[in-house]
Design a protein around this ligand. Structure first.
Ligand code: NCD
Length: 329
């Protein structure tokens, strides 16, 4: 039987149409829709490597990147993705916006809408803020991270990276370790990877583990060493100190001793296990440099490459309705 994450998009009733107007999260996407976006992204990896970088399918469209929270790779990769597809890209950073002057989110949404963007990418510090803006604007909205809620393009690029390096997502034992409670990356990955039939293990100190991860089909661990047994993929996450109110761990030194990924600890996983991290890394806390920089094991820079491809695919797919292509005419 074909694993659920390898259903070719052409076999899906309705062809290659992605029926959603926005991409606010992985929640609400069917497994074949997740696979469809990942399949679409594959072509852009090849195109980017071949330096065939000037596809013009988004020519004449305006992409606004509205980032109300700091970002390096996500903002840059959405900007590069939009430009490689020929869009006019406008970036609005946290320090330039009138949110600092007390503007409400609804007023910001109304303003963005009046500018008649064709697609808007939003990062915001509050969970649910992106959906709120999506409900108020006329164009597709992509969530580039909202509070501790969701970061769907990160989960898509992680799934694509795993599929390319391991051949499949289904059946892979993926250990996700770190600040699960505050991490939108953890939440979106939990939803995407379980939808694609991976064997997901979530690891955190009990203070940083949300209740109910088992409901999504994952297994919760407080013992990192035990969780690593038989792991195909080890995904490390940063402590989200900016989202913590008070102390959730005794000290970063103690945290590193129990939850830091070192070569000795990695030896408990499968010999060919893949190491991932969405960045930014806190070296010496959740991961040591000798693991993060080991080209044989680490897929961290590859995640950046698949990130551009996934964002190109999402921008393309979500603007198809407006462009009158692929069943939306
Ligand atoms: C993540 C984020 O912003 O949620 N980073 C990213 O998008 N590459 C993870 C993090 O900040 O720890």
């Amino acid at each position: 039987m074909l694993p659920s994450d390898h259903r070719p998009a052409t076999l899906i009733p309705g062809g290659a149409v992605f029926p959603h107007r926005h991409l606010t999260g992985i929640a609400g996407l069917a497994p074949h829709e997740i696979t469809f976006l990942i399949d679409e992204a594959e072509q852009w990896i090849d195109a980017n490597r071949a330096r065939a970088k000037s596809d013009k399918r988004l020519e004449g469209l305006t992409l606004i990147n509205a980032f109300f929270e700091n970002s390096t790779r996500t903002l840059l990769s959405f900007e590069i993705a939009g430009k490689r597809l020929g869009a006019d890209v406008v970036n609005m950073g946290v320090n330039q916006s009138s949110v600092k002057k007390g503007e409400t989110l609804i007023d910001t949404a109304v303003t963005l809408n009046a500018m008649r963007a064709d697609v808007i990418v939003i990062r915001h510090g509050s969970s649910g803020a992106v959906q709120l803006i999506a409900d108020k604007v006329d164009c597709p909205v992509l969530n580039a991270g909202d509070g501790s809620h969701e970061h769907p393009t990160q989960a898509l690029l992680d799934a694509l990276t795993i599929r390319r390096r391991r051949g499949s997502v289904a059946g892979q034992r993926v250990v996700i370790c770190g600040d699960i409670l505050h991490s939108r990356v953890a939440r979106s990955n939990l939803l995407a990877l379980t939808a694609l039939a991976a064997d997901v293990r979530m690891v955190a100190p009990s203070t940083l583990m949300p209740a109910g991860v088992e409901r999504f089909g994952a297994t919760a661990f407080t013992d990192f060493d035990a969780a690593l047994d038989g792991a195909d993929v080890v995904m490390m996450l940063r402590l989200q100190s900016e989202r913590m109110n008070g102390a959730f761990i005794p000290s970063t030194r103690e945290y590193h001793l129990r939850y830091g990924l070192t070569p000795e600890r990695l030896a408990r996983a499968r010999p060919d296990a893949l190491v991932m991290h969405p960045g930014p890394m806190n070296r010496g806390v959740e991961i040591v440099s000798s693991v993060a920089d080991d080209p044989a094991r680490s897929a961290i820079t590859e995640q950046v490459e698949t990130g551009i491809a996934v964002r190109m695919a999402c921008l393309d797919v979500l603007t198809r309705r407006a462009r009158g292509v692929d069943g939306w005419a």
